[in-house]
Design a binder for this molecule. Structure first.
Ligand code: NCD
Length: 307
């Protein structure tokens, strides 16, 4: 039963519960007008302590398309947070007004703290470099819809594997499905954190290789997940400038890839995918954004327990 639950970490839900959400998302995709009043009278609060357009708009669009309403802040300096209010007090107050809350925070663990104090469901929309479970639901629904399965894939993940929270959550989730393998492409400074390697990949005997170049691994990949170098998490601008153009996916590199490989990206893109690649039939990142809205509609409906 998903009603009343929080979603903070991709491990919070079972694979059957993921499936339940995907099934509802598919029903919504097929006939959105049937769901356009599902959340009438319900209020979603968006508490964004860190900039976002995509994720916030995606949640807002999801709630509005379900007939519900939204309120919130995207600039903590314009709220009581600027007066020094704690996350615990903010959520306790917001829970008096709203039915469900979405939180993005630069500090790892902040949405978890909020969920402990909250009487309404809390959804983690990204906590620092830690997790981003609704991007993972988006990624899984996209893969399942286009590739028909969440098993037996070689997933190439390229870019900032150190700070990229979407990467950490995606690896955690895809490792739960059968026979997935990973090709992890990053500069050595931005390699996947040791805890992901040890506690997820090695512990579950999952095959993975690490590479510093795209060229030598392109032809092995079924799903290529490109990511942005996470500028805001760097300690020095110099280091960012040195690493920012480490990988650029272009038409030449796409020529080396499988004909049925798909390219995903959580967006926003900076310059890690050349615009020319957008015309390639394998570029699926804008479809992915659309799946993101539908999967969030399904998630909100499930956590609110509306039918
Ligand atoms: C991602 C994030 O915020 O982690 N964006 C998003 O939610 N779509 C990826 C990123 O910012 O690079």
């Amino acid at each position: 039963m998903l009603k009343g639950r929080h979603l903070i970490d991709p491990m919070d839900f079972s694979l059957d519960e993921f499936e339940e959400i995907f099934q509802l998302a598919n029903q919504i995709i097929e006939c959105p007008q049937e769901f356009s009043h599902l959340c009438q009278g319900k209020l979603l609060a968006t508490l964004f302590y860190e900039p976002s357009t995509r994720t916030r708009f995606s949640f807002e669009a999801a709630m509005l398309r379900l007939g519900g309403s939204v309120l919130g802040f995207s600039e903590p300096n314009s709220s009581s947070v600027a007066k020094g209010e704690s996350v615990a007090d903010t959520i306790r107050t917001v829970a008096c007004y709203a039915d469900i809350a979405v939180m993005r925070h630069p500090k790892e663990g902040a949405p978890k703290v909020a969920s402990i104090y909250s009487t309404i469901p809390v959804i983690n929309a990204g906590d620092g470099g830690h997790h981003h479970p609704t991007q993972t639901l988006t990624d899984l629904l996209t893969i399942k819809s286009i590739k028909n399965s969440l098993e037996n894939h070689v997933i190439g993940i390229c870019g900032d594997l150190k700070f990229g929270r979407t990467v950490h959550s995606l690896i955690k989730a895809l490792s739960r499905y059968k026979n997935n393998k990973f090709v992890l492409i990053s500069p050595k400074e931005l390699k996947i954190p040791e805890y992901i390697k040890k506690e997820i990949l090695q512990k579950n005997n999952i095959d993975f290789i690490e590479s510093e170049t795209m060229e030598e691994v392109m032809d092995k990949i079924d799903i290529l997940y490109m990511t942005r170098i996470q500028r805001e998490r760097f300690f020095s601008e110099e280091e960012y400038l040195r690493l920012k153009d480490s990988y650029i996916l272009d038409v030449d590199k796409m020529k080396k890839a499988k004909e049925d490989m798909i390219v995903l990206h959580p967006l926003p893109r900076v310059n890690e995918i050349a615009y020319e690649v957008d015309e390639d039939h394998r570029a699926c990142y804008f479809d992915q954004a659309k799946y993101g809205m539908y999967v969030r509609m399904a998630l909100i409906a499930k956590l609110l327990g509306v039918r």
